[in-house]
Design a protein around this ligand. Structure first.
Ligand code: AMP
Ligand code: DBH
Length: 542
């Protein structure tokens, strides 16, 4: 089940690839080789700390060797180069053993989030034609083994379910044979490293194909901007599988620099602050609602947070008011980050003046990131004016995985990615995110495609039509609201019944509508399609 670059996933035209190599952006190194290099340089330094339930650590040598042995075990089980493996692990040490083992043999992790349920996992397994699915046994009280059994029944390509913990009906990860490391027919740096998930605007998440070369460039660039070095102790507070805590600068940046990754089982201030104190954490990345919760809790905490040097905040718009409060409350520096799993990442800089840090979402990592701000006809608008953000560059994909029709809409003919974000560019190059043109809800950094939820609600026998929109929320930034039109003569429903229906169809809990309202008619546009814009303004949104 091999992968053909340029066919399964569009890639950079040769002249661009040559330019990015010549500039030194693409270094020809794989993630596996990078870990090997760090392990050779300082084998005994701590790479990963998993504090819960009992503190476990991995030195660079231990992580490198564990990845080798597990890689050999995967090969022995018939998992090989180009195969897709859905990885749904929480923030535990096993996550790192598994993904580095897969990187080493050139199998591609498909990064599911712990919150994903039947609908999402079945889609990833089927669409990616995954051969294996890696899960925890129980996480936050939820039994992933049962989820795996249901998914397996519908996913013909899935040959292995591997469980970190008690395997139940499946195979224990610990029982994958750990042969001595062999020389592997590993990937080359220009080949794919993994498939990341898009937030999605249509019914299902698209898969984002990232290569070793392009991703490492963004990660090493992030390290430079954030000042990551071997003394960095980075707390992974968000799910490790998400692009932000992976690469901005994230755990991959920290491992690339020889620092220490500290895993946080839950991001609430009490759990996280204790870890900051115990592990002398210096850096972390948070979504705005968490940053606010930390800001509010910090002045009252008994834990010593003085090791914290830098907190990155991104994933959704961080209000200027909240941003102003972070540094005084936490006693560390703030950096805003505006990124996307498709590529482009912007940071405010440590050298920026304080006003720029609280009022902008930063500027691109690379001088070779091409940014255009355009009107509805794709004509450039002057700096300072609102427009659609388009981007192209050395770490922005040229197309989603096996999605030619969607790619034709999501990319311009000359390869710019249409981010769907509405921004303003300042003369300094800093971007201010002003809104969004794409049909998506950003619930505190968790992205929801309304269409996916609308399709589920339409399956309810009493529902005639539905439109899911965002409404402003003080804490999350946005929440979701489902306007529902019932069928004539249908039994009246309660909002809670609609929410239960969505939950029972098996989707991540953050996608269940926060609010449900029953209406007789939607505002319609001229062509008769539901006008999301009207619905949003009816709900008090511009
Ligand atoms: P995804 O495509 O799921 O990786 O999500 C990326 C999207 O998250 C961006 O296109 C923005 O819409 C949003 N986003 C990320 N960071 C920020 C930020 N700092 N401010 C506003 N929106 C953001
Ligand atoms: O929201 C995101 O996807 C995101 C935010 C900040 C991201 O992918 C990133 C930084 O790398």
């Amino acid at each position: 089940m091999s992968v053909t670059p340029g066919v399964d996933a569009p890639t950079w035209p040769a002249e661009f690839a040559a330019r990015y190599r010549a500039a030194g952006h693409w270094r020809g190194q794989t993630f596996g080789a990078l870990l090997r290099e760090r392990a050779a340089e300082h084998p005994d330094r701590t790479a990963v700390v998993d504090p819960a339930p009992a503190r476990r650590t991995w030195t660079y040598r231990e992580l490198d060797e564990a990845a080798d042995r597990l890689a050999a075990g995967f090969l022995a089980r018939g998992i090989g180069k180009g195969d897709r493996v859905v990885v749904q692990l929480p923030n535990t040490g096993e996550f790192f053993e598994v993904v580095f083992a897969l990187f080493r043999i050139g199998a591609l992790p498909v990064y599911a989030l712990p919150a994903h349920r039947d609908t999402e996992i079945a889609h990833f397994c089927a669409f990616a034609e995954a051969v294996a699915y890696v899960i925890p046994d129980l996480h936050e009280g939820y039994d992933h083994r049962e989820l795996a059994s249901r998914v397996r029944a519908q996913a013909p390509t899935l040959r292995h379910v591997l469980v970190a913990g008690e395997p139940g009906a499946h195979t224990a990860l610990a029982d994958v044979p750990r042969e001595p490391a062999g020389p592997f027919d590993g990937p080359e740096a220009h080949e794919l490293a993994f498939l990341q998930l898009s937030g999605g605007t249509t019914g299902v998440s698209k898969l984002i194909p990232r290569t070793h070369d392009d991703y490492l460039y963004s990660v090493l660039g992030s390290n430079e901007i954030c000042g990551v070095d071997e003394g960095t102790r980075f707390l992974v507070a968000l799910p490790a599988a998400h692009n932000f805590p992976m690469s901005s600068p994230g755990w991959l940046g920290v491992l690339a620099a020889g620092g220490t990754v500290v895993l946080c089982p839950r991001p609430d201030p009490d759990t996280a602050f204790r870890l900051v104190r115990d592990e002398r954490v210096t850096m972390t990345g948070l979504v705005p609602p968490l940053a606010l919760a930390w800001t509010e809790a910090a002045p009252h905490t008994a834990y010593d947070l003085s090791s914290l040097e830098l907190v990155l905040v991104g994933g959704a718009k961080y209000s200027e008011r909240a941003a102003r409060r972070l540094e005084p409350a936490l006693g560390c520096r703030l950096m805003q980050v505006f990124g996307m799993a498709e590529g482009l990442v912007n940071y405010t800089r440590l050298t920026d003046d304080p006003e720029t840090v609280v009022t902008t979402q930063g500027r691109p990592i690379s001088p070779d990131d091409e940014v255009r701000v355009v009107d509805d006809a794709d004509a450039d608008v002057p700096d300072g004016e609102f427009g659609h953000l388009l981007t192209r560059g050395p770490y922005t994909i040229r197309g989603y995985w096996r999605a030619p029709e969607h790619n034709a809409r999501a990319f311009t003919a000359d390869g710019f990615y249409r981010t769907g974000d509405i921004v303003r560019r300042l003369p300094t190059g800093h971007l201010v995110v002003e809104g969004r043109a794409k049909d998506q809800i950003n619930r505190g950094g968790e992205k929801i495609a309304p269409e996916e939820i609308e399709n589920i609600i339409l399956g309810h026998p009493a529902v005639h039509d539905v439109s899911v929109v965002s409404v402003p929320d003080e804490y999350l930034g946005e929440r979701s609201l489902a306007y529902v039109i019932l069928r004539a003569g249908a039994e009246p429903l309660k909002p809670v019944a609609v929410k239960r229906f969505v939950r029972e169809r098996g989707v991540a809990a953050y996608k269940v509508p926060d609010l449900v309202e029953f209406v007789d008619v939607f505002p319609h546009t001229g062509v008769g399609k539901v006008s999301k814009k009207h619905l949003r303004s009816a709900a008090g949104r511009p």
